[in-house]
Design a protein around this ligand. Structure first.
Ligand code: ADP
Ligand code: MG
Length: 316
């Protein structure tokens, strides 16, 4: 029986260079990451893929804002931007991965599931939204949108006004049964893209999309727990995790136990907020829900990390 892994791909895997951000460039980057995932599949792993979408949602929103400003086009709601990005990024990954598998003579279907992720409408994140979204506005425009559309807006360090949204904790992957069915039938599934499309209960047991963003590392961790993954890989821009990161006594780790990870996280000085800290928390959550093993490394080192040659391995 093959083992099941969740691979959470960072936004950096799709944007390798801040000067190379076109759709074609992202496609080339996706093809690169797909090679490393194909290696895993060739080595016998079943894989579910989660991915980030921060820069891509930014581009979609910006297009929407510019089209509205100059042509009076209707704007695209934030959760729909999330859905659009899941489709486009999913397409890039599913095609590049499928092509890579075909070139190796491996028969394995790859499919993207547009995924909604339920959050609690009483999540305390909604009381104090902090995630800046979309372009800068002047104060008058910001206040008008606050009044007309109920946006939360903040002044951003003298640079202008921006919309802020909440980043609530993911509670439930709505399409999880479909994801399980696809995995069971041998399909490599791309899901919870960008952390999933945030939805709340609509009061009738169904879903209602809301303007928020979900951390993709938290959503991928939830996915890993829900499908009982044997391994949770976070593929990001660094080969390993460091303690005392960026300080003179920085130390790159080959291994840590979950308890060590908790202790380092609690110290608050090792893992940067908003980048490495959520990844470590996501891994802790995965273990608290029965997780077995986790790895943090960069895409090009996934194969070596699986062989125990690099990366930071987290175990019980
Ligand atoms: P992703 O797009 O994969 O989520 P992030 O930029 O959010 O990537 O997080 C990865 C980044 O976290 C690394 O590129 C690194 O700069 C930063 N980082 C912060 N703290 C640490 C640490 N202790 N060890 C390694 N990298 C760290
Ligand atoms: Mg990140």
């Amino acid at each position: 029986m093959s083992k099941l892994a969740v691979v959470a791909i960072g936004g950096n895997s799709l944007i390798l260079d801040p000067k190379k951000v076109t759709v074609e460039d992202q496609y080339i980057a996706a093809a690169e990451t797909s090679k490393h995932i194909a290696d895993m599949i060739e080595a016998g792993w079943d894989v579910a893929i989660g991915h980030g979408n921060g820069p891509q949602v930014g581009f979609i929103l910006r297009r929407s804002e510019i089209a509205a400003k100059y042509e009076g086009m209707h704007e695209v709601p934030l959760e729909v931007c999330g859905a659009d990005s899941q489709g486009a990024i999913g397409y890039a990954i599913q095609q590049t991965l499928q092509n890579e598998l075909i070139s190796r003579g491996i028969k394995k279907p790859v499919a993207t599931v547009v995924t909604q992720v339920k959050v609690d409408k009483n999540d305390k994140a909604f009381q104090n939204p902090t995630k800046p979204i979309g372009g800068f506005m002047d104060e008058a425009e910001a206040k008008k949108r606050q009044h007309d559309l109920g946006w939360n807006v903040v002044e951003d360090a003298g640079r202008g006004w921006r919309r802020v949204v909440a980043s609530p904790i993911p509670q439930e992957v709505v399409e999880i049964e479909s994801v399980r069915t696809l995995l069971k039938n041998g399909t490599c599934v791309i899901t919870v893209g960008g952390g999933g499309i945030p939805v709340i209960d609509n009061g009738k047991g169904g879903c209602l999309g809301i303007a928020a963003v979900i951390d993709k590392d938290f959503a991928s961790s939830l996915l890993a727990s829900l499908i009982n993954a044997d391994l949770f890989i976070i593929s990001t821009a660094v080969e390993k995790v460091a303690i005392n990161y960026g300080k003179p006594d920085e130390k790159w780790l080959d291994h840590m136990t979950v308890d060590e990870a908790k202790a380092y996280l609690a110290e608050g000085i090792h893992f940067a907020k908003g980048s490495m800290a959520p990844k470590i928390q996501a891994i802790i959550n995965y273990f608290e829900n029965g997780g077995k093993e986790a790895l943090i490394t960069n895409p090009e080192n996934i194969g070596r990390a699986l062989r125990g040659e690099t990366g930071t391995r987290i175990t019980k």
